[in-house]
Structures are given as structure tokens and as C-alpha cells.
Write a protein that binds this ligand. Structure first.
Ligand code: COA
Length: 302
């Protein structure tokens, strides 16, 4: 079977979106979401997107991206899929080789699978896709970590917040939706406390209304939580963080619930809490349950 690897061309959009939907059951990926992941990525580089063709049929797709990280620029595989019926014919390997070649040409030392925050579809390989795990391991990738996405059902009347708001007001801690003027101070604050979330938080300021809530005491920011910063249109929560000096006061619970209540008012019946750390916190604060589990993979070139 002769497979041709071609560079990305916008005329492949519909077929590539369809192919990814078919190859990843459980991930609906409507066209608008595929567009957000592809050309909507602020660091979209067409030279890091490849397609595979067999007899004029689009049989494979891969997208990579380069992100700045603390250790320097790093490569990421953002999406990959092979058309059902064409697996185990070497197409995935050819696509991966093409992308790795481009990443190495740029002098990057490593490449990770998915998890390309601030714009990413999934934080690792979904363990339901066992074939993908074997595929990446056979291509020299090593498991570095695990994580999960949680799912939370949004009650019709919203989660209660009044008692918490009253209790926290007595400590002079107040909550409000962010306004445009908050952005520079917040980014400065994040730079010290949660630098990895600056990108997603910036995205929340592009939404109308701004999809971010703040907790504050006098002039100090005590915490923040956002939603629809990534994977817009899917009920995506996060990121969120409470300043160390304000932890343990229920500020996180209130921020989480304010965001979930906004998603509910926007018409969502459930929300995704992605790439979670504190499972117990989300379970206790909103009854969230682990929905999907991911293994995270990396390959070092040197
Ligand atoms: C994962 C995927 C991209 C691999 O593409 P592919 O073209 O089938 O991969 P290749 O033919 O290049 O496979 C290379 C090697 O990987 C391993 N491999 C790939 N798919 C496998 C599977 N389903 N089961 C076991 N091993 C597999 C094998 O070792 C294979 O070599 P072999 O066939 O000579 O034994 C493809 O199966 C796919 O699109 N899956 C659905 C999408 C997906 O899982 N995405 C990840 C979501 S988390």
C-alpha cells in the first residue's frame, strides 16, 4: 500500500474533522471545535500539520505545536488519527515521523503527547484507546504521569452559594465577575503564583461576558476561577486557584460553583473539569466524578 504524506491544506478541513470524529469515539469534535484546536490555536503552524493519503482518500491526520515552557520551547502532538479500516498499516508511524522531523529541525529536545495547554483537546492518551498507548510506546514514547477529567452534572437551580458568600463577607472576602480592568493586575498576580495558567486566563477575557470570577479582600486577589477558556462550547471549567494565604476558607468552592452556575445558565446540563489535581475537592464541592483517565507520554530526542 502506498501512502503519501502531504502538508496541510485548508481544503482538507472537512475530511480531516470527519476522520478525527470517526477515529476517536467518545470525542464528538464538531467542526467549530476542530477549528478552535487547529487554526484557532494562537501558535498554529501549518508546517507542523500533516495528512496521509491512500488512493486520493485522506487516511491520516496529525497536528503538532510548539509551546514555551520553563525549560525552553517544547514540541507537542496536539491531535492524531488514522481512518478506521486503515490502522496497523504504518500510516500513524509515517505521520509521527514527519512531525518529529519538523520538531527536531527546530532544535527542540522533546515532544509530548497532547496536553498542549493553553489550547489542548485532551491532557494525555485516553486509557480507553489502548491501541494508541501501544502505538506511542512502540514509537519510543515513555509514560511520565497520569491524570483525569471529571464530569459534573449541573442542577437546574444551580449550586447554592448564599451561605458561603455570607460567611466569607463577614471576613471581608467578596466575589465578582472579572472586568476588563482586572486583567493586567491579575496576570501580574498569576505570574508569581500560577504562571502556567496565564494563557487560559487571558482567553477568558475574550469571552462575552468575561468567563472568570475573582475573590478579593480589600485590594488583594484571594483567588480566581474561569470557564470556557479552552474547548469552548463543551462546558469546559478551569483553570482555578486560591492564594496560599486564603486556602481552607471555602473560597475555591464558591468560585467553582459560580462558574458552574454560569455554565448552567448558558444552557449546559453538565460540565467537564479537566486535568484534575484535587479529585476530592471537586467531588465534595460539586459531586464531580472521574469520567476519563489519561496517561501522559514524552519522547526525548537527546
Ligand atoms: C493510534 C493510531 C494513530 C495509530 O495509527 P496506525 O496507523 O494504526 O499505527 P501504525 O500502523 O503506524 O502502528 C505502528 C505500531 O504501533 C502499534 N499499534 C498501533 N495500533 C495498535 C493497536 N490498535 N493495537 C496494538 N498495537 C498497535 C503496533 O506495534 C504497530 O506496529 P505493528 O502493526 O507492526 O505491530 C490509530 O490507531 C488511531 O487513529 N487510533 C484512534 C485515534 C486515537 O486513538 N487517538 C488517541 C486518542 S487518546
Amino acid at each position: 500500500m502506498s501512502t503519501q504524506i502531504k502538508n496541510w491544506d485548508v481544503s482538507f478541513f472537512s475530511e480531516a474533522a470527519k476522520l478525527l470524529r470517526q477515529s476517536m469515539p467518545g470525542y464528538p469534535l464538531p467542526d467549530f471545535l476542530f477549528r478552535e484546536k487547529l487554526t484557532g490555536d494562537p501558535e498554529f503552524q501549518p508546517s507542523l500539520v500533516f495528512t496521509a493519503f491512500n488512493d486520493e482518500i485522506l487516511t491520516g491526520f496529525i497536528m503538532g505545536v510548539v509551546r514555551k515552557r520553563d525549560s525552553g520551547p517544547a514540541g507537542f502532538i496536539k491531535m492524531i488519527g488514522v481512518r478506521p479500516g486503515y490502522e496497523r498499516k504504518g500510516i500513524g508511524t509515517l505521520l509521527l515521523n514527519a512531525l518529529e522531523g519538523e520538531i527536531r529541525k527546530r532544535g527542540l529536545k522533546s515532544i509530548r503527547v497532547f496536553e498542549s495547554y493553553p489550547n489542548y483537546l485532551i491532557p494525555g492518551i485516553d486509557t480507553k484507546f489502548q491501541g494508541a498507548i501501544t502505538f506511542f510506546e512502540s514509537c519510543g514514547y515513555q509514560k511520565i504521569n497520569e491524570t483525569s477529567n471529571m464530569e459534573v452534572f449541573l442542577p437546574a437551580g444551580g449550586f447554592p452559594v448564599e451561605d458561603d458568600l455570607k460567611g466569607l463577607a463577614s471576613k471581608r472576602i467578596y466575589f465578582r465577575r472579572a472586568v476588563r480592568e482586572d486583567k493586567s493586575k491579575l496576570l501580574y498576580w498569576l505570574n508569581v503564583r500560577f504562571p502556567e495558567w496565564k494563557g487560559e486566563v487571558s482567553e477568558t477575557f475574550k469571552n462575552v461576558p468575561i468567563s472568570l470570577f475573582l475573590a478579593h479582600k480589600n485590594e488583594s486577589i484571594a483567588g480566581f476561577a474561569g470557564y470556557e477558556a479552552n474547548n469552548r462550547g463543551t462546558g469546559w471549567f478551569g483553570p482555578m486557584g486560591t492564594d496560599m494565604t486564603f486556602r481552607g476558607l471555602s473560597i475555591g468552592r464558591v468560585l467553582l460553583r459560580l462558574c458552574l452556575n454560569s455554565l448552567q445558565k448558558d444552557g449546559y446540563t453538565k460540565a467537564v473539569i479537566p486535568w484534575v489535581g484535587p479529585v476530592k475537592f471537586y467531588e465534595e464541592a460539586a459531586g464531580a466524578r472521574i469520567d476519563k483517565h489519561f496517561w501522559r507520554y514524552e519522547k526525548n530526542f537527546y
